[in-house]
Design a protein around this ligand. Structure first.
Ligand code: GDP
Length: 310
């Protein structure tokens, strides 16, 4: 989802040769394959959008996959970038790097100040390691490896599977099915009370290109060598029950929404402090209801190709 949004953005700007490495062609967890790919391609800038991602249930039930695959991907790519004298890398992380009980909205400085949310701790540890890899190469070798921490993302090319996806695509799929089949209720996991911040992936793509275009001095004025990551979000959050209403509206569902409190809530609030990105000159542009409508249109056009729906 993120990679394809960044490619769309770069194509709209033009003027650069985009080299991609899709999962079917290159196993990023394999160091030898990654090294060979880097040797064979003339790369100037690396955007590391690839990751093993999933929603609360997938993270909770497959913790080994989430920590192992993400650590391997990050270590292989960042080290291959260094070995091939690539000076510019953008690493994309996640807002789950911050402690469960930290002050909201969560500032970059709250990293490593407390315990993580248990449902996605292994994934978060891998993403924190990615930031620290970038910082450590910068400190030791004067590279220019930057890190952005996006909030919960959604948009075209998301994973809409009912069990292992994130809440926005999962609910789009569930409400769509219920509407089509004339069902009277949709089950939403948890109490409906947790609050989340959602960013359309096209906004993340624009933030990524913007962040890469900043000078070293601009970045240095807003970060420190050991706290170098910057948050990307909207600064606005919604309860899961509010989100469910928005998605019900978008999909035309008119039945009841039932909350399944046997399923986990996860952290109660996860709102990013986006002051740094604003001060640097970037803000989001796609409001949640518009983004959901656009994503639902994409979903309907592509449903025959989607895992769990074909
Ligand atoms: P999180 O932000 O890491 O917790 O990831 P998710 O996007 O998976 O979940 C966000 C919140 O939405 C949690 O409180 C979930 O329990 C809730 N939620 C409600 N229904 C669903 C669903 O169908 N799928 C997912 N993934 N989460 C849901």
């Amino acid at each position: 989802m993120v990679g394809s949004a960044i490619i769309r953005k770069l194509n709209s700007i033009g003027n650069c040769n985009i080299i991609t490495a899709e999962r079917k062609d290159l196993d990023l967890t394999n160091q030898l394959s990654v090294n060979t790919f880097f040797k064979e391609n003339p790369i100037d800038v690396v955007i590391l959008a690839a990751a093993k991602v999933g929603g609360i249930h997938a993270n909770n039930t497959k913790p080994a996959d989430f920590i192992y695959e993400n650590l391997m991907i990050e270590a292989n790519i960042i080290f291959a970038s260094y070995q091939n004298r690539i000076n510019d890398v953008l690493f994309l992380g996640s807002s789950c790097i911050y402690p469960k009980n930290t002050q909201q909205p969560m500032s970059e400085e709250s990293l490593l100040s407390g315990f993580l949310e248990p449902t996605n701790e292994p994934y978060a540890i891998a993403k924190i390691a990615g930031i620290k890899l970038c910082e450590s190469f910068n400190r030791q070798f004067s590279t220019n490896y930057r890190s952005l921490m996006p909030t919960n993302l959604y948009g075209p090319n998301d994973n809409f599977h009912p069990m292992d996806s994130h809440v926005v695509p999962a609910l789009i799929g569930k409400f769509h099915n219920a509407t089509k089949k004339g069902e009277k209720e949709v089950i939403v996991w948890g109490s409906g009370r947790p609050r989340r911040e959602f960013l359309h992936v096209d906004d993340l793509a624009s933030a990524s290109i913007f962040f890469l275009s900043l000078s070293d001095l601009e970045i240095a004025n807003h970060t420190t060598p050991m706290n170098s990551h910057v948050n990307v979000g909207t600064g606005k959050d919604y309860s899961i029950s509010e989100l469910a209403e928005i998605i019900a509206n978008s999909t035309g569902f008119e039945g009841n929404i039932i909350f399944d409190t046997e399923m986990p809530d996860g952290t109660l609030r996860k709102l990013l402090d986006v002051t740094k990105m604003k001060d640097l000159g970037w803000s989001y542009s796609i409001p949640l209801d518009e983004g959901i409508d656009e994503t639902y249109s994409w979903f309907k056009q592509n449903i025959s190709k989607l895992r769990g729906f074909n």
